[in-house]
Design a protein around this ligand. Structure first.
Ligand SMILES: [Fe+2]
Ligand SMILES: [Fe+2]
Length: 328
């Protein structure tokens, strides 16, 4: 639609040879903290990396609505229902901004959606875990949105302008999400023994998957070095994970909850918390499609897409009618 001109520019860029001169000039702009815009020359690998990253991010926002949407009708009060509904709607909005940002790189939304529905595209592993109790909604806001913020604040300074600008608003909303999750946990921890136990159980189940959200250890992370050089990424996976642990362990202490890690301890020398080894096999299994809810999440998304066909057709018919009227 509005990005057809950019699609064309994308094709032209692919034809242009990536001479040393062009690559050096590009890197110089990145090093000088200039924003790269949609119509600017960019290396093909930079474009592909961003399409992969931004579309995965968008898919995660869309699939991420499911575990929480599951609790919309069961939230314990009208106030909690209204807050959760607003939060889930925010996530839909994040998905839409991000699809738009990816479209500026010359990929179509139809293609991205098709890749998600066919199972070819990835989304964050965390959304393949079930939400078993109301406390899980607290744990998701506190831990999952909290981890997302750690990852996404540096993206506001990403070298690619449209992505960086989209992230500014996304991050503001994510910080509300984190606080609403913490507020749910806080209320439960001030409640009855059963409520506090529910909060502890949610932390036990969401802690490790949240640490996995930062991706493999730096030594195993294949795309990291190039993404850092291009200033798409500003901090490594391990640096971000450490920041998250340092902040979150103190919040757990405040709540009176215990983090499910026997090896967790504060290291006076480094000023950081040391933590145990992540079960990497679990992460790789979930990414490979074998998590507890992968199948369910994808099937639900496919069904929603089919059920929503009439909305897309109606919107298209309306747009055509408006365009015909404008032309007349
Ligand atoms: Fe989000
Ligand atoms: Fe969020």
């Amino acid at each position: 639609m509005y990005t057809q001109g950019l699609d064309q520019a994308g094709k032209d860029r692919r034809v242009a040879a990536e001479t040393e001169e062009l690559l050096n000039a590009f890197q110089k702009r990145v090093d000088a903290e200039e924003k790269i815009e949609a119509k600017d020359w960019m290396p093909e690998a930079y474009r592909r990396t961003l399409i992969r990253q931004i579309s995965q991010h968008a898919h995660s926002e869309i699939i991420g609505m499911q575990p929480e949407g599951n609790w919309l009708t069961r939230a314990p009060s009208l106030k909690r229902k209204a807050i959760l509904l607003a939060k889930v709607q925010d996530e839909a909005g994040h998905g839409l901004y991000l699809y738009s940002a990816a479209e500026t790189l010359g990929v179509s939304r139809d293609q991205m959606v098709a890749d998600l529905l066919s199972g070819k595209a990835k989304y964050s592993s965390i959304f393949n875990y079930p939400t078993l109790s109301w406390a899980d909604i607290g744990a998701i806001g506190w831990l999952v949105d909290g981890a997302a913020i750690m990852n996404q604040i540096p993206l506001c300074r990403c070298s690619y302008g449209p992505y960086a600008r989209a992230m500014v608003r996304v991050c503001k909303e994510e910080s509300f999400h984190q606080r609403q999750g913490f507020d749910i946990m806080h209320s439960l921890c001030l409640g009855t023994a059963a409520q506090k136990a529910m909060a502890q159980d949610a932390l036990d189940r969401w802690w490790w998957p949240s640490l996995m959200m930062f991706g493999p250890n730096d030594s195993e992370s294949t795309h990291s070095a190039q993404s850092m050089a291009w200033k798409i990424k500003r901090f490594s996976n391990d640096e971000l994970r450490q920041k998250f642990v340092d902040v979150t362990v103190q919040q757990a202490d405040f709540l009176g909850l215990s983090v499910p890690d026997d090896e967790l301890r504060f290291d006076d020398e480094t000023g950081h918390y040391q933590f145990g080894e992540i079960n990497w096999q679990e992460l790789f299994d979930v990414i490979a499609g074998n998590g507890p809810c992968n199948k369910q999440r994808l099937e639900k998304r496919q069904r929603a897409h089919t059920d929503g066909a009439w909305v897309r057709e109606a919107a298209q018919a309306y747009a055509s009618k408006q365009a015909a009227r404008a032309a007349a």
